[in-house]
Design a protein around this ligand. Sequence first.
Ligand SMILES: Nc1ncnc2c1ncn2[C@@H]1O[C@H](COP(=O)(O)OP(=O)(O)OP(=O)(O)O)[C@@H](O)[C@H]1O
Ligand SMILES: [Mg+2]
Length: 401
Amino acid sequence: MDPRRNPYSPGAGTPPPELAGRDDLIQRAAVALDRIRDGRSARSFILYGLRGVGKTVLLNRIRSDAEARGFAVVGVEAPEGRSLPGLLVPALRSTLIKLDRGEGARVAIRKAQGALASFAEGLKVRFHDIEFGWDSNPEKGVADSGDLDHDLTDLVAAIGAAAADRKTAVVLFIDELQYVEEKQLGSLIMALHSASQNQLPVTMMAAGLPQLVGQSGRAKSYAERLFEFVPIDRLNEQSARDALTIPARVEGAAFTDAAITEILRQTLGYPYFLQEWGKHSWDVADSSPIEENDAKEATSRALADLDASFFRVRFDRLTRTEQRYMRAMAELGPGPHRSGTVAKKLGKSVTEVAPVRNALILKGMLYSPSHGDTAFTVPLFDGFMKRIMPAPGSGSGARED
Ligand SMILES: Nc1ncnc2c1ncn2[C@@H]1O[C@H](COP(=O)(O)OP(=O)(O)OP(=O)(O)O)[C@@H](O)[C@H]1O
Ligand SMILES: [Mg+2]
């Protein structure tokens, strides 16, 4: 069918034509934020889940809704290897500029700007990636000790006071939060906790891979009382159908039941894959309705595409040893798997392969759903590993278990 009218949008953070199955969460997030703005108790959300389940688009939706309701929002994505202060300073600076636009006195805002200047000044020796350069004078004695725990608490308090003064709330939206180093994450949770105890309207909504739950808990044991950890998962059958059929209907097209069944069987309801399969089925079909044969052709095209890009870029970031570890896991199926079983498959001991497993967790390729278990963060990665690498033990010189 006409590719110009193809409604599907596979990509990272690309808004889908129909954000299926998330209405309840969007509503609950709005209630929590409104309560925080009013100085009432509420937990904001940390969304966690596998690659491609729709964390970013959901977080962005909660953010744009909040912005429309007058919140001062700050959106950042934590890249690997960047410091939290380096990330926060420019983001908070633009938030303060936004807050400054409102009517009324500016005392609290000037103080917060001063606190931000002190914060940047005091920490820029330790965190070289802090970009600092504007005209506010540092506020003496506030956020300038050089200790991150202390200074971030001061800074968040000053920003909360400025927001309260403007009768709004500041919400930090942080995506890929799992890349923030654990100690720095602890400082952030502590600062937000202190603000919440003082009923200051400043909070964070975040998203990241499943390892985020353990990281936050280890960083600060009270994280769970401050945030609701919300699992974002594949869509249930009805929502997965909606994600496919509603955008088609808007364009005057439909799927046969058999076509839908094939797509659901292949994608397992994972949002990113639904967009890929939707897009390919549309392009393959001559006319509406999209039929089972079209969906089957879409399966081979979508897998070829994924193997060449989505899966491939992740595979290419791995060392040879890491690839071997992932391949051994794949041999055991989609997972999760006991770390001991994976080690055995590689003919090694758990301690021997522990550094490889840890490196893969740090790279965001694996996570540990429970102690001693290991699973892929990318859905359907096991199938890809089997397509791209021979089975362990089948190559020359490889050790058998
Ligand atoms: N609820 C949904 N309904 C339909 N499509 C969705 C839904 N959520 C996300 N998608 C689509 O899935 C794809 C992946 O979404 P997104 O980038 O938000 O995932 P993610 O969880 O942030 O992934 P990653 O962990 O790789 O950052 C996008 O193409 C998006 O349009
Ligand atoms: Mg994302």
